[in-house]
Design a protein around this ligand. Structure first.
Ligand code: HEM
Length: 216
């Protein structure tokens, strides 16, 4: 474990040093384009406004955030893509409809870009349906309550460890009707159409049958 952590630390050290070097030379030339690591580095050595002796952010913090981003993104993205492709192969009619949408919105001559996403309604439904049946973190990540309280009729004390079983929520027939086990992206159609102007779509997954609540 110690060896792995040392290797990871060396890797991040190298990334940071490369950025420090590039940043210095590009600043001289005046054409510096900042990426995520540059932004983290710009926070290092900023002093705490309440206590001028204390730094807000250190090199170790930057490395910890980088580790968070890498460990949070690799496996999740790969697993989500593999499950979605598996479902598309098992449901050729969905695959066809999706291909049709991509052909008409994006065409055959270029890759999909982020700016296309708001127009790719069916793609969005397919991804949501895939994540409903195959959430990459079935219990999400552990949460901790900040206060005593009651959530979903369960009382908890401050600092309780809370696990949310999103896998079970995604397969609850009371929420998703008796087609719960089916891969059926169209179930998201109503919510998508009525909430088109909502920028955050993550709650669609948990609240799909609760359109009114979701859009209010
Ligand atoms: C299909 C891709 C992804 C899926 C399915 C996914 C899923 C999740 C889930 C379920 C959580 C836990 C949320 C919670 O318990 O409240 C989470 C947290 C997180 N994800 Fe992702 N994720 C994906 C991609 C990414 C990517 C690409 C990044 C970074 C570039 C990322 C960074 C994070 C971070 C930093 C957290 C922790 C947030 C916090 O501290 O509250 N994820 N993700």
């Amino acid at each position: 474990m110690k060896r792995i952590s040392k290797t990871v630390d060396q890797l991040f050290e190298k990334i940071i040093q490369d950025h420090e070097q590039v940043s210095r030379s590009e600043q001289v030339q005046g054409n510096h384009h900042k990426d995520f690591v540059d932004v983290l580095l710009s926070l290092i050595h900023q002093l705490n406004p309440n206590d001028e002796e204390v730094y807000m952010f250190e090199r170790t913090n930057a490395k910890a955030i980088l580790l968070d981003m890498i460990s949070g993104s690799f496996d999740t993205s790969a697993t989500a893509i593999v499950w979605t492709l598996a479902e598309l192969l098992r449901h050729p009619e969905v695959m066809k409809r999706l291909q049709k949408e991509l052909q008409s919105v994006v065409g055959m001559d270029r890759m999909v870009e982020e700016s296309d996403l708001p127009k790719l309604d069916y793609l969005s439904m397919v991804v949501k349906e895939s994540l409903r049946l195959h959430p990459v973190g079935p219990l999400l990540i552990p949460h901790q309550s900040m206060e005593d309280g009651i959530m979903l009729r369960i009382s908890h004390t401050k600092k309780s460890r809370v696990f949310i079983n999103i896998w079970t929520i995604g397969r609850d027939p009371n929420v998703w009707s008796d087609t719960v086990e089916e891969f059926y992206p169209e179930r998201f159609m109503i919510v998508t159409l009525t909430c088109r102007d909502m920028t955050s779509s993550s709650y669609h997954l948990a609240l799909v049958e609760e359109g009114a609540l979701l859009c209010s």
